[in-house]
Design a protein around this ligand. Structure first.
Ligand code: BES
Ligand code: MN
Ligand code: ZN
Length: 460
């Protein structure tokens, strides 16, 4: 069970009452005149996010009032209750009435209790929520725990989260669920034909590698997850400016979310043969780094001209996707923090996704909405495919012009996946720039929850 949850029947729990501006008066009728007087004296107006601790006659804590948006509001944040763990004193609580989505509110409570405390001792929160019987406590726990895993992996700085440590984290997860783990490291990448992963990672003193683990019965449908594991992205020789480089420890966010997704799938024992592939590299600067206009072969065959060494994510994913595709998976999914252009288009909270499969697109959009793990479809727009043409090689990794950068990145990846493969690509951000309810500033779990539910629905 997630540490923010309690399910023990009989536990005494302080009620949390959700109130909006329009329901405040009737809520106070129920709570009595001294509570009403106290709320008025304290200036409690049921503004969204406003919290009031109501004392009992004996001086204890009788009730918590928490303001939420009115029903008529343009938008009601289903994660608003994620603020509660940061506002409440230690203790066990329960929802006295239903927030507008009780399941997401409960999930938000756990997501909002996350703290990254590896490098600085934080006071333990000790705030627990007693779950309502009708909720699936295990599933909510599973999702909140996966989010913590993704956030932790991203938040650990690059000095402690290089390709080797990322592989250690993947191995620990594989071991926990009895998955078969292997890893191809350094020069061996060339011998085993992963030229692009090697090219991107070779300038770092921390050797590049391809993490590979497999779980589940061989006869089950094959679901393969590929995650961009760039442990730090300096941009390479096409060096990023300081402002653009600052948060590039998060450039393994695709890998972190793939591991979070794998953890949910394995923990729920979904009937799939799961494979996880993570090209783990550091895009560093050194005399032996790959350069603009270098040309490399790729695992799948096409030669790749380097238009920009900062478009490294699509290079490492290209070789990993080619390997994944060789065994014709039933569903091939890749996640990566691939372009700044995706942020320009949709901002940090709404990652674009791409697929050639209409039914899959509908399902992704539906689960993204239901889980409040928002995703928005963008097209693999065929007319832009020719922008990837190179004058000297089969394909260029960074078209000049810079238009539609997230789309051209998706089209680039599409060249390394057979048209017949059911493929989903998500260009995530993996980071919350400033805290919001249930979403503390820093590394973020994106797309994993929606895709977990999709996989569970299709192969549960
Ligand atoms: N990791 C970055 C993408 C990124 C940048 C994500 C900032 C989130 C915030 C990626 O490797 C990258 O540098 N992409 C380039 C591609 C360009 C050179 C074609 C970009 O988006 O600028
Ligand atoms: Mn880059
Ligand atoms: Zn990158």
């Amino acid at each position: 069970m997630h540490p923010a949850f309690d399910v023990a029947a009989g536990t005494t729990a302080t009620p949390i009452t959700f109130v909006s501006k329009s329901s405040l008066s009737s809520a106070m009728d129920v709570l009595g005149s001294s509570s009403r007087q106290f709320a008025e004296a304290a200036g409690f107006k049921a503004r969204p996010g406003q919290c009031l601790l109501l004392p009992s006659a004996k001086g204890g804590l009788e009730n918590v009032l928490f303001g939420v948006e009115d029903e008529s509001a343009r938008w009601r944040d289903p994660f608003r209750p994620g603020q509660l763990p940061g506002l409440l004193p230690p203790g066990t609580y329960r929802f006295a009435n239903a927030p507008h989505d009780a399941r997401l509110a409960t999930l938000a409570f756990a997501l909002g209790s996350y703290r990254f405390s590896r490098y600085r001792k934080a006071e333990p929160l000790d705030v627990k929520l007693l779950l309502a019987n009708e909720l699936d406590a295990e599933d909510l726990s599973r999702m909140a725990e996966a989010a913590s895993l993704a956030r932790d992996l991203i938040n650990v700085p690059a000095n402690d989260m290089g390709p080797e440590q990322l592989a250690d984290a993947a191995r620990a997860l594989a071991d926990r669920f009895g998955a078969k783990f292997s890893c191809i490291v350094g020069e061996e990448l060339l011998a085993k034909n992963f030229p692009l992963i090697h090219a991107v990672g070779k300038a770092s003193s921390r050797a590049p590698r391809l993490i590979d683990f497999t779980w589940g019965e061989a006869s089950h449908p094959k679901v393969t997850l590929v995650g961009k594991g760039v442990c730090f992205d300096t941009g390479g020789v096409d060096l990023k400016p300081a402002s653009g480089m600052l948060i590039m420890k998060k450039d393994m966010g695709g890998a972190a979310n793939v591991l979070a997704l794998a953890q949910m799938i394995m923990d729920a024992k979904l009937k799939v043969r799961l494979r996880v592939l993570i090209p783990a590299v550091e895009n560093a600067v050194a005399g032996n780094a790959f350069r603009p206009l270098d040309i490399y072969p790729s695992r799948k065959g096409p030669t790749v001209e380097i238009g920009n060494t900062d478009a490294e994510g699509r290079l490492v994913l290209a070789d990993a996707l080619a390997l994944a595709d060789e065994e014709k998976p039933d569903l091939l999914i890749d996640l990566g923090t691939l372009t700044g252009a995706a942020r320009v288009a949709l901002g940090p909270e709404l990652p674009p996704f791409y697929t050639r499969d209409e039914a899959l697109a509908d399902d992704v959009a539906r689960h993204a909405r239901a889980e409040h793990d928002p995703l928005w479809r963008l097209p693999l727009w065929p007319p832009y495919d020719s922008w990837l043409d190179s004058k000297t090689a089969d394909i260029n990794n960074a078209p000049s012009g810079g238009f539609a950068g997230s789309i051209t990145c998706a089209l680039f990846l599409g060249r390394f996946v057979e048209p017949a493969t059911r493929w989903l690509h998500v260009d995530i951000y993996g980071w919350t720039p400033s805290s919001k309810p249930a979403r503390p500033e820093g590394g973020e779990c994106q797309a994993a929850r929606a895709i977990y539910k999709l996989v569970a629905e299709r192969y549960g």
